[in-house]
Design a protein around this ligand. Sequence first.
Ligand code: GCU
Length: 618
Amino acid sequence: MRKLGRLLAAVGVAAFISFPSGAQIAPLIANVTARHAVSLNGDWQVIVDPYDTGYLDYRATPLDNNNAFFKNYKPKSKSELVEYDFDKSGQLKVPGDWNTQRESLLFYEGSVWYKRSFDYSGDANGRVFLHFGAANYIADVYLNGQKLGRHEGGFTPFDFEITDKVKQQANFVVVRVNNSRAKDQVPTTNTDWWNYGGITRPVTLLTVPKTFIQDYLMQLEKGSSRHVKGWVQLNGPQLQQKITLKIPEAKFSQTYETDSNGRAEISFDSNFSLWSPENPKLYEVEIAATADRVTENIGFRSIETRGADILLNGKPIFLRGINIHEEAPLRPGRAWSEEDARTLLTWAKELGCNFVRLAHYPHNEAMLRMADRLGILVWAEVPVYWTIQWENPETLRNAQNQLQEMMTRDRNRAALIIYSVANETPISDARNRFIRQLIAEAHSNDTTRLVSAALQSHEERHDDRVQVSIQDPLANDLDVLGNNEYIGWYVHLPADADKMDWSSAYNKPLIMSEFGGDALFGFHGDELTRWTEEYQANLYEHQIAMLKRIPFLRGSTPWILKDFRSPRRTLPGIEDYFNRKGLMTDHGDKKKAFFVLQTFYEEVQTTQSQQSSYNTGK
Ligand code: GCU
């Protein structure tokens, strides 16, 4: 059943089939914000349900009577026993994690039930979808007391068709969100980030025509600066029809025919001003079908590798990057809005970045669209993090589904150049098999982007020098090698980086996807005193000197732009449940190392513009 779903999705007739309850998750609708949409954001009634009392009876059997919270049932008489009431149970903001909205929920892991009532006055001839930007981790969704379906995975969008279920008035959507951790999940039980629970991204009520433009792809063919290849996918009864594609600014307009599956292949030449960090040029693209019309902003660029070089629009580029977790700037909790994205990416630009690694899971769509507008290249990742259950086929299906959903949502983002399918995973046959499937899926679903993973280098001492290299079988399958190393923090002292000599058996580009160390802002001392800004700055000085000596290095994303919450960081007075490897605090204060990296990136930028390539061996 699920295999069929993925097969249909892979051939473009997207149908994400899941869940034995017969309810199904609908095909992901592209570009939700450009559709006729009603936002359901705001205050939702909630019930915090640590023992899943609203879901299971005392025998742990799923409830289906009025005690089930999704029924939102009210007693009909003074004698009727009903032990829950959404409307008297307090509220939480959506979008938003629950952890930072109530002190009592900061460490909470379990179920929280959300309820939102709404009237619907949309076009009675249209089709209606309920769209979620994301909910962490499992979301069981109900409308008017009926199950719509379940979504698993905390960082990707999902939607349900409710055309035949929605009423004009007094609808109520109920969502059971559960963020309990389990070994077979993706990510699994252990992560170095906060397990924020809740409906963390916008909820939207979409109205579309009976046959609508469900999805599309428009991008330059690999290695071309002129030839666009893509497709448009319709969804509905009238699959075969004419569609028109217009790019007014490029004086382009062409009509295509969709086939019996509602798909039209797109192919044309044009003379675009190519998208790049220096020139984040977006074109308004208009796709029109008989009853539907969608406009999209797309940048046209090509990305590829040639030996150890990464080529953007055919030219070698050095990726001056930084890691970012999806935590809001200047306030606690998950980021989700355009403003959050603008602030975080503006800080990255201030650092001198043309690239960000969005760690370790798909960030919100606003972040990708802002990267398109600000000209920041993106590494996006699925949370195959540390020790996943490699042998478990359900875990693999889950990881594939998250990858699929991430790729579907962001396929038209010029900024997105690299998909990462794993972070710091222990080498084993089962792991290799698991990740190779993700690499193959990424390549087969998108021929235009690069695939990478954050691997871990291997050290060999030779007299007073250390040979460092990547010895991971997956390196053969990746387009770009990512490597996490903590020389000077978890291993060695900062100055030991001066003894490190890097080599590679692979004629491929390397991105140093993580390095760094912790510092508490305002804590000062000598360069060898841990947790001081001086220690962190010194570590960066030695790291940068080492990076400059790596001939196949084509990018770096130090760990990390700003301090972030982590349940693994308990050191009182220093960590207090924050990972302090940020170059800034969670309040935007810059630490000394911020300026060390900024200086390095200025130098790279200057050299690159003079040489039109930095460290590209030319
Ligand atoms: C790891 C990991 C990060 C973590 C970081 C750290 O490499 O990928 O998620 O936060 O190191 O230890 O600070």
